[in-house]
Design a protein around this ligand. Structure first.
Ligand SMILES: [Zn+2]
Length: 385
């Protein structure tokens, strides 16, 4: 069997892709140019949980999560590249295999040598919606909860170009942790979200105080969801702690489950305190009667991805909430890369309703944008009575 250096294999893989696609320089440098990047990637990266969990996970013998996170991908791709390399032309290699190879190579090279020039390949046909990380594209609204993590992300060269991740295909949830070093928590974290919320301890929880008011808002399709950015001045207080509402966005179907039940959709109201700590209120959504407030959001959907559309009207945020605001609560993570942990989750137990037509508006853009259920791993869940 041929033994090639990672660089030689990358070159070979890119060469094969070029051959197969019928054009030469199919890979271009990703350092902040081109039509699909140039904006800073989401800065919210939590380094420490991933680091610690990484050691544990490696000990536990997870094959994919070896000391070097690229190991699993590298071994997989070595075999494939060698197979491909043993053939005189790339005739036996499918486009999908090639795409996998390239994605694996890019992730590998990035994690191995962060200062090396990174190649980006834009296949003409993508098997799944390939979206980009933009400011505001992550659950954390692109703001780092920890300055240190942001600095680390900067050192890793994440400023100035983006990373494709998706809900299916070769950049789907199973691969998130390998796409970038800052995304390792997605793979190695021990307190990830979403979970199936069950067997909570029944207690009397202090009600969430919603200090919401009618507010100006902007709607953005960030490539992963429809997100509503709101003006400052809306907040929740829980256990004497105040968190400011930054944005809310939608998933279809609901990411979290309540005693195994998955809902048609969910809205995640993302709040942040002065230290950058996140608290997300999840509002479950089922099909029923039309919801006047969400209709205002849909009315302001922008025509272009990544473009913020300001609504001409105000949004009554309180109208988004169900009447009964009892909730279940646990500690988890962002459900999108970088999957940072330390997020306080409060899931309202009573769903609100959207009409079928309103559901379909979102479904046409995002038929499936829910991360799979993660291991609850014995986490404390409190169920407000
Ligand atoms: Zn979310």
């Amino acid at each position: 069997m041929l033994r090639l250096s990672p660089w030689a294999r990358l070159g070979l893989a890119c060469g094969l892709l070029g051959l197969s696609l019928g054009f030469g320089p199919s890979a271009r440098a990703a350092e902040g140019h081109g039509d699909d990047h140039g904006k800073p990637a989401a800065k919210a990266a939590s380094k420490e949980p991933g680091k610690d969990a990484g050691k544990e996970s490696a000990k536990e013998g997870s094959k994919e999560a070896g000391k070097d996170t690229g190991k699993g991908a590298r071994e997989g791709s070595r075999t494939e590249v060698e197979k491909a390399g043993s053939q005189p032309v790339a005739a036996g290699v499918s486009m999908t295999e090639l795409r996998d190879l390239i994605d694996q190579k890019i992730a590998e090279v990035r994690s191995k040598n962060e200062t090396a020039p990174v190649l980006r390949v834009s296949p003409k046909t993508a098997p799944a919606p390939r979206a980009r990380v933009k400011p505001g594209g992550s659950e954390a609204h692109g703001n780092s909860p920890q300055a240190a993590a942001a600095a680390a992300a900067h050192r890793a060269g994440s400023q100035g170009h983006d990373v494709h991740w998706a809900y299916a295909g070769d950049t789907g949830p199973e691969s998130w942790g390998r796409l970038r070093p800052e995304f390792q928590t997605c793979m190695l974290g021990k307190r990830q979200s979403p979970i199936d919320i069950r067997d909570g301890i029944p207690v009397q929880l202090e009600p969430i105080q919603f200090d919401y008011r009618p507010t100006p808002f902007k709607v953005i399709d960030n490539g992963h969801t429809v997100q509503v950015n709101v003006e400052p001045g809306n907040a929740i207080s829980v256990l004497g702690h105040r968190y400011e509402l930054v944005q809310f966005h939608f998933h279809r179907p609901s990411e979290e489950r309540l005693n195994g039940r998955q809902f048609d959709m969910v809205a995640h109201m993302v709040h942040k305190d002065v230290d950058g700590k996140l608290a997300v209120v999840a509002v479950l959504i089922e099909q029923g009667k039309a919801h006047p407030a969400v209709q205002l959001v849909w009315n302001s959907l922008p025509l272009e991805k990544g473009m913020e559309q300001r609504s001409p009207v105000m949004l009554d945020l309180l109208a988004l909430l169900p009447e009964d605001q009892r909730y279940v609560t646990y500690m988890g993570s962002l459900t999108t890369p970088p999957c940072s942990e330390g997020v306080l989750w409060m899931v309202l137990k009573q769903p609100v309703q959207f009409s079928r037509e309103q559901m379909n508006v979102f479904a046409r853009m995002y038929p499936m944008n829910a991360r799979p259920i993660q291991n609850a791993a014995g986490r404390m869940i409190k169920d407000g009575q």
